[in-house]
Write a protein that binds this ligand. Structure first.
Ligand code: WT7
Length: 574
């Protein structure tokens, strides 16, 4: 916590095309931003209309909204086309009897159909629940059960992971694929879309009506359904403008999947609310594919994650040199700490300052950012955006002075703040336990100049490759394996992935430690929960440290792993 490393990367003239940070903050008023929207006069709103239809109707009908490519497809979808395809999907849902407020889940790989389904769901006022395609049966079941979803849009390949029989409220399974033979309760997406009308009477909703449900991990219990409302568009639009710096001519690429909040707030809403052209690349990560995506589409603004930048860095400078990346003019990062080394490398090979941004599923939109016109201090997340205030608090809610580490908190409210945790009001209240503040669960400090520096999570949540994994969810899966008696899961620091998942396991009688067993246990989690939730490292122990109430002490496991003192053991079992 010292400012010796107060290395500064100055903003250049081209970065300074926005007002200065201080100027933008002074006298800032969110209600001024509202005037941008068509609903400012009527009060009734729909996110999908503001993002797509309004532009299609205002001269952008033939502008490309989406450049999509994967190994087999390469398509450009205009604003006009996106309007009609999402209208069609809205009609498909209406015909099935889906209504405003119903939950509709989308569980499929990134394709133009996914975006049409997501926007169509929103157009009829239903609440969309995007699910990452890597989820396995247990993860899908937990989320559909908790939300009581009435419909799911998926593919024949992913269908086996949807336990339809056990989900009585799930009435419709909409299958996206070729030659679908729809069985009972199933719907052929393509067939229905071909027949559906292009015209849709949009459901005009209130600003506080439900928009999207993103499930995310905590340190205890099942994943939490973070609930966002249409009002979030104010922040998505505004941060798209001032943080992503989106302008009408921009070709913007957010590399995140819509199964995570970055892939919706900044992969769908922010770019389209700003009328930009959005790039989506399907398939797996490969450095060459990523660079050719930038080159081919002439990407100007690029939003990615530290883990991806580190993988690109390890692919070598020679790989960068094979491509023409000169279209890039603004690069940003989110999800985990952005290493100063990566910032320096970005400057060298892309000739770009990588701008770190901090926010969370719960915050719905960016909050602490390196504003384009601001000098960057590598390693710092930046400063709170105009219209928001951040502080470091002690556990009693007192604001701490600069350079003291504590709870990173945001003054409530802001437009895109979550409005509830689905089915769990107590969990929701926990975030607001210090009056007037949202408590993030991150620890940080602020330097004398107001830059915020991330220090770690206060709880046990693991951040692996920018994805949040709850240790409890992994432990629960592990103990379902026939050989596992007890399991404790921690994040272990890793140079490429930020953290990897490490499991400490005690075995049931009759099972012996072996490498085969380790592999089998990891596979069990991979196939039952999700690949990114599987432990990359397993260590067998005769016994795990537990409190007298039987809670596994992850703090002790972490201390063992890092070779640190175990601290206060007064609550340990024996
Ligand atoms: C957690 C939120 C919404 C963005 C994607 C992740 C960590 C996020 C940063 C950053 C250091 C970061 C925090 C936060 N995090 N951005 N710039 N520097 N840490 O969303 O899955 O809800 O995770 O990611 O720990 O609490 P998420």
């Amino acid at each position: 916590m010292n400012n010796e490393q107060a290395e500064i990367i100055k903003a250049t003239a081209t970065d300074a095309n926005l007002r200065s940070y201080e100027e933008a903050r002074s006298g800032f008023d969110w209600t001024e931003v509202e005037k941008h929207f068509s609903w400012h006069a009527t009060g009734k709103v729909n996110m999908a209309y503001e993002a797509i239809d309004r532009h299609a109707e205002a001269g952008l009908r033939d502008k490309v909204a989406l450049y999509y490519s994967d190994a087999t497809r390469d398509e450009a979808v205009t604003y006009g086309k996106m309007k009609t395809s999402s209208n069609k999907f809205g009609n498909v849902l209406r015909r099935l009897g889906v209504k405003k407020g119903d939950r509709v889940f989308i569980f499929m790989p990134r394709t133009p159909e996914l975006y049409a389904a997501l926007l169509g769901t929103i157009k009829i006022g239903a609440i969309v629940g995007p699910l990452f395609e890597a989820f396995m049966e247990q993860a899908v079941r937990d989320r559909l059960e908790d939300s009581q979803a009435v419909a799911i849009v998926t593919t024949p390949e992913l269908l086996p992971r949807v336990p339809v029989k056990d989900l009585p409220h799930l009435k419709h399974v909409i299958l996206v694929g070729d030659n679908i033979q729809a069985g009972p309760g199933q719907v052929d997406f393509k067939g229905e879309m071909a027949q559906a009308s292009d015209e849709l009477a949009i459901e005009w909703v209130d600003r506080e009506d439900g928009l999207i449900l993103h499930y995310t991990s905590g340190s205890t219990g099942k994943p939490k359904g973070v609930f966002h409302v249409h009002n979030a568009m104010i922040q998505h639009y505004y941060t798209g403008k001032i943080v992503l710096d989106l302008k009408p001519g921009d070709v913007y690429w957010c590399t995140a999947d819509p199964g995570w909040v970055t892939g919706t707030s900044y992969g769908v809403f922010a770019p389209w609310l700003n009328g930009a052209t959005n790039v989506v690349r399907g398939g797996r990560f490969k450095p060459q594919d990523w660079y050719s995506t930038i080159e081919k589409n002439k990407v100007t603004v690029w939003y990615s994650a530290p883990t991806s930048f580190r993988m690109l860095m390890s692919a070598g400078d020679e790989t960068v040199e094979q491509f023409d990346l000169s279209s890039l003019r603004h690069v940003l990062s989110v999800g985990e700490p952005l290493n100063p080394e990566v910032v320096r490398w970005g400057l060298k090979v892309y000739n770009q300052r990588i701008h770190d941004t901090w926010w969370m599923t719960e915050t719905g939109g960016q909050l602490i950012c390196n504003y384009p016109s601001m000098d960057i201090r590598p390693g710092s997340m930046g400063k709170p955006i105009p219209g928001t205030e951040a502080a470091i608090l002690d556990d009693n809610g007192n604001v701490l002075p600069p350079n003291r580490m504590g709870n990173l908190a945001i003054k409530t409210p802001w437009p895109s703040m979550m409005r509830k945790i689905w089915n769990n009001p107590a969990k929701y209240e926990e975030y607001f336990r210090l009056t007037g503040w949202y408590v993030s669960g991150d620890s940080a400090y602020m330097d004398e100049d107001g830059y915020f520096w991330f220090q770690g999570r206060v709880d046990d949540v693991i951040n692996t490759s920018g994805e949040r994994v709850g240790p409890f969810e992994v432990e629960s899966k592990l103990v379902e394996h026939p050989a596992v008696a007890e399991a404790g899961v921690i994040g272990k620091p890793d140079p490429l992935r930020g953290e990897i998942i490490k499991a400490f396991i005690s075995l049931r009688v009759g099972f012996e430690p072996s490498d085969e067993l380790k592999a089998d246990i990891a596979k069990f989690v991979k196939e039952g929960l999700a690949a990114h939730a599987a432990p990359r490292e397993i260590e067998f122990k005769d016994k795990l440290p537990k409190t007298r109430s039987g809670k596994i002490m992850r703090r002790v496991l972490k201390a063992w792993e890092l070779g640190l003192p175990t601290g206060d053991l007064s609550t340990i079992e024996d």
